[in-house]
Ligand binder design. Sequence first.
Ligand code: SAM
Length: 314
Amino acid sequence: MELQIAQTAFRTDIIKGLSSPQKFLLPKYFYNTEGDRIFQQIMQAPEYYITNAEDEILDCQSDEILKTSMQLFPTFDIVELGAGDATKTIHLLQEAVRLGASDHYYPIDISRNTIDYLHTALPSLVPGMQITGLEGEYIPMLQQVPLTKPKLVLFLGANIGNMLPDEALAFCKRILNKGDMLLTGFDLKKDPQKILAAYNDKAGFTKAFNLNLLVRINDELGADFNTAHFTHYPLYDPVTGACKSYLISRIKQQVTLDDGTTFRFEKDEPVYMEVSQKYSEREIDKMAIQAGFKTIRSFYDSNHLFVDTLWQKK
Ligand SMILES: C[S@@+](CC[C@H](N)C(=O)[O-])C[C@H]1O[C@@H](n2cnc3c(N)ncnc32)[C@H](O)[C@@H]1O
């Protein structure tokens, strides 16, 4: 039944996006089993500095992050929004067990494949930590976490960057209860060429990641996309900090779903796929205040490419 509801929502969203004057697809649909696999390849691409930068923060500073959090609450549950394979998070979870800060981790992810993987892999990697995976969207799943303890909510990997700044602010306003803590990974504004290269890796993983959503629409909605007829186009605007990805239709074409719905594409017409928003430190501080949080401390990698900010809900 749940799967059926998810399939109906998928169809509705795809039809809505591809029928709009400016066509778009929602990035949350990137993550089927193949999308999860390609995302792991992106994380290992030499151009994708984000993973290494945040891994360094969590590897070297989890102790400090947790001790700072423990000054607010001696123990808490750890919740993660969009956990993915949690490779970086494992440093923090292991340290949390060692310090006695937490014994319960709730990874939230829209991908069933990811939640299944975490239930299988994490118990032996983080002994002493109970794992309760929640498959679904951020806010409804967050509401399912018991209120018995204060929470440290993780929103890592610049997941927040997949929302435009106004959406990110509205999202942060909606989540957490008074006193709860939020550790968010923000990718910082930097050399525009370095940013653009991260979303245009030479091996073509990001391109494959975007095209895989068309394959998913073929598989699940009986569409007839030919991926060779689309190309990947990333664009970074250093003023707004928005790095946007598009798929461009290489030819005039039409695509039909199994229910007969047809979409027409002009030659060179863009389909907006995803934003990866970059922030200045001033913009991050402003968002904390506007969203009703107090900044407790910020943790940077040694190259100052990325920051994990620890905020507390006022
Ligand atoms: C960019 S990956 C990052 C994964 C991980 N946080 C990291 O830093 O490596 C985004 C993850 O969030 C999940 N995700 C995306 N949109 C979501 C949504 N609306 N609700 C729940 N999970 C979502 C995806 O399935 C994916 O695992």
